[in-house]
Design a protein around this ligand. Structure first.
Ligand SMILES: [Zn+2]
Length: 91
């Protein structure tokens, strides 16, 4: 029997993938009740999160998705820019 791999849905293409193939953006609550969005590299941070494939195409798609925008609000663009930088760094 195959080991169960928890799958998460990409906010770009909508496909279910393993966590290692995805970026995770997490919404972290601050003490003053404001919140910060960050790229969760450990994939272990607490809080509500959204997942995106590690591909420029999916990042661009997610950037345009309503669900993603609702989650990230005004920060959607800067987060996407951050993800794209992250991709370029890996090459
Ligand atoms: Zn995707």
């Amino acid at each position: 029997m195959q080991k169960h791999i928890p799958l998460r849905q990409c906010a770009g293409c909508g496909e279910m993938k393993g966590k290692s193939q995805l970026f995770r953006i997490v919404c972290v609550k601050n003490v003053d009740l404001s919140h910060t969005f960050m790229l969760d590299k450990s994939i272990k941070a607490q809080g509500r999160g959204v997942y995106i494939c590690k591909s420029e195409e999916c990042i661009s798609k997610a950037e345009k998705s309503k669900r993603f925008k609702r989650f990230l609000g005004a920060e959607a663009q800067s987060i996407c820019a951050q993800l794209k930088n992250e991709l370029n760094d890996r090459e």
